[in-house]
Design a protein. Structure first.
Length: 116
């Protein structure tokens, strides 16, 4: 079955001096979406998640990349700003009951999140 006619790929422009950042673009995107992929500045993962979740269909997915952050999130003392942000995102997801989540230990970690 060919589903290409039912597929939309939305890739906002990269953040530059002349292009808006994703935090400004996401609210303007019309959902609903079956799948959203988050791979951006780590300090805003929670904000990206909160912006896209309402736009994801029930039983739709969010994939969050780099959730192991070079293994730094597994250390006793997390030092880097990005690693701390990813750990906060992981803790944030752990407490949520409106999504199912599964860590896929591929490369730098991929979190598969299903909206209930």
């Amino acid at each position: 079955m060919n589903l290409i006619h039912r597929t939309r790929v939305l890739i906002p422009p990269a953040k530059t001096a002349v292009n808006p950042d994703a935090l400004q673009v996401i609210p303007k995107l019309n959902g609903p979406f079956d799948l959203v992929f988050i791979d951006a500045d780590k300090e805003n993962y929670i904000r990206y998640f909160n912006l896209v979740l309402p736009k994801v269909k029930q039983n739709g997915f969010i994939l969050a990349d780099n959730v192991l952050f070079h293994g730094e999130v597994l250390e006793k003392e997390i030092r880097g700003k990005s690693a701390k942000a990813i750990q906060a995102f992981n803790d944030f997801l752990l407490k949520r009951t409106d999504v199912e989540k599964m860590l896929l230990p591929l490369r730098d970690g991929l979190m598969l999140i299903r909206k209930l």
